[in-house]
Ligand binder design. Sequence first.
Ligand SMILES: [Zn+2]
Ligand SMILES: [Zn+2]
Length: 313
Amino acid sequence: MRPSRGITELLHRKLRQIGSLVDVEDTSMANTASLIHTNANKPNTVTIVAFSIFHIGAIAALFNFSWINLWVSLGIYWLTISWGIGMGYHRLLTHRGYKCPMWFERLVAILGAACLEGGPIFWVATHRVHHQKSDQPGDPHSPRDGAWWAHLIWMCVGDAKHSDTKGLSKYAPDLARDPFMVWLNNWHWLPLATIGVVLWFFGGFSMVLWGVFLRVTLGLHSTWLVNSATHLWGARRFETTDDSKNNWLVAILTFGEGWHNNHHAHPVSARHGLAWYEIDMTYIQLFLLSKLGIVRDLQVASVEGYIPVRKAA
Ligand SMILES: [Zn+2]
Ligand SMILES: [Zn+2]
C-alpha cells in the first residue's frame, strides 16, 4: 500500500496530470481521462453541491427514525444497488454477463439510475475505461492517485459528463443504439425524483430523507468503496495486472461487487463470488431468475479457470 498523503496534494497532483489532457480532441483509449475530465482544473460545483446536500439529508434522516422508514429505505437500497447497479449497470450493461428480455434490461437500468450514479451510458463508459486502464494512466479512479481521489474526488472536478451522451457513446455504442438508453442517460435523475415524490406522498418528508437521501448516500459510498477499498485492501486470488482485491466487507455492502479481484480476472462472469464462502447475493438472484426463465446464458467463471466458462442456464 502506498503511504497516505494529504488530500490537497493528491488533488493538485492529479489535476496537473489530467490537466495536460484538457482540450485534446483525441478520444482514443490513450486519452480516456479527457473524456471523463474536461476542464479538470476547476471544481465541479454542481456535483459538490449535490453530494453535500445528500450527505446533509442523510444526517437529518438519523433524527427522523421510524421502523417503516428503515424498511422502506433498505428495500429500495436492495433494489437499486443489487438489481440496479450490480445486476443492471455492471453485470449486464457493462459486461454482458447474461442475456435477458428488453423489458428486464430497461427495468434494471431505471433502478440503476435511481442511485444518482449517472445515466447508464455515462456509468458504462466510465467503467469500461476503468477495466481498459485499470490502475494505469487513464484510469478515471485509481487509488494509485490517492484513496480519496478514487473514492469520490475524481467526480468533484472538471465538467460533469453525465449528459454528454454523444461523447460517451464512443465507449458504449451498444447502449447508444437504444433510444431508451439515450433518453435515460439524458434524464438520469428522473427515476430518483419520481421515487422522492412517491415517498413524500405515502410517508412524508421523513420517508424522503430515509428512502432518498440516506439510502442514496449509503449506496454511493458502497459503490465508491469498490473503486477505492477493493483496489487497496483484501485478498488476491488471481494475479491480475491491476491492484484489485477481494474484500468481504465491500461484498456485503454491495451484494457481491466486493469480490473485485475475481471480477477483474473474469470481467464477463455474471458470478463474482467464486468460492463457496464468497457470498454473492446478486448472482444468487440471477441464478434464481435463470431458473424462472427470466434471464439466460449466465456466464460463470470457476475458481480454477482463468477464462469464463459459457454455461447455459
Ligand atoms: Zn476495479
Ligand atoms: Zn466491471
